[in-house]
Design a protein around this ligand. Structure first.
Ligand SMILES: *[C@@H]1O[C@H](CO)[C@@H](O)[C@H](O)[C@H]1NC(C)=O
Ligand SMILES: *[C@@H]1O[C@H](CO)[C@@H](O)[C@H](O)[C@H]1NC(C)=O
Ligand SMILES: *[C@@H]1O[C@H](CO)[C@@H](O)[C@H](O)[C@H]1NC(C)=O
Length: 179
């Protein structure tokens, strides 16, 4: 008598296993980064940057917006420190002047990213996209300081490039949300 209830379970178990193996696990909130980042200037950079944050795997677009602002903030802060250090160390007045210009631009960019962060907090993703464009402009103005020789140092070139691509990633995410 006591064994009777066990029988249906034995019969059902194989079906449950089969179901678990064949039914794909639905993606509850994770975004398709390949698809999202195909809209970026540098899709590989976009995927790799976002994947560098472990929260990305389980993030929806709003979460990714927050993550992208964080990545841009960390890069812009590093770029500002770099140009400040270069300005302090430079003997050539032409180059020093350019680094000082870049310092001013990046100080502005840091403030603008704080505003972008506030926009994300308020759910204003249109605003976030606009601040991304403003920060991009600051970084491009810094690059433009070097259109005539002396050349932009490789370290600054890379830093500017990363900032510009991260602004683009912010923008792509904002547009994906706002539509
Ligand atoms: C992500 O999007 C790409 C391009 O549209 C597609 O080929 C791929 O199958 C998608 N992957 C997932 C897991 O949905
Ligand atoms: C800047 O962004 C790039 C690309 O995401 C990343 O590899 C690098 O570590 C970042 N640098 C800083 C200082 O955050
Ligand atoms: C946004 O990211 C920051 C870290 O960059 C984190 O402290 C904060 O909790 C995040 N906010 C949301 C709503 O995910």
């Amino acid at each position: 008598m006591g064994n009777i209830p066990a029988l249906p379970i034995i019969l059902i178990l194989p079906f449950l296993y089969a179901a678990a193996l064949t039914v794909p696990v639905p993606k509850v909130s994770g975004e398709n980064l390949t698809e999202l980042c195909s809209r970026a200037v540098d899709p590989t950079f976009c995927v790799e940057s976002l994947e560098s944050d472990p929260r990305t795997a389980a993030s929806d677009l709003r979460g990714l917006a927050n993550i992208s602002v964080g990545l841009a903030t960390s890069n812009v802060t590093a770029a500002r420190r770099l140009v400040e250090r270069l300005a302090e160390q430079e003997a050539d007045p032409v180059l020093r002047g350019r680094y000082e210009q870049c310092s001013g631009l990046y100080r502005e960019a840091v403030k603008e990213l704080k505003k972008a962060e506030r926009s994300v907090g308020k759910g204003d993703f249109g605003g976030m996209g606009e601040w991304a464009s403003m920060v991009l402009e600051k970084s491009e103005d810094c690059s433009d300081e070097f259109t005539v020789p002396p050349e932009e140092p490789a370290q600054l070139k890379e830093s500017n490039r990363n900032v510009q691509h991260l602004c683009n990633v912010m923008y792509v995410i904002a547009v994906a949300i706002v539509g």
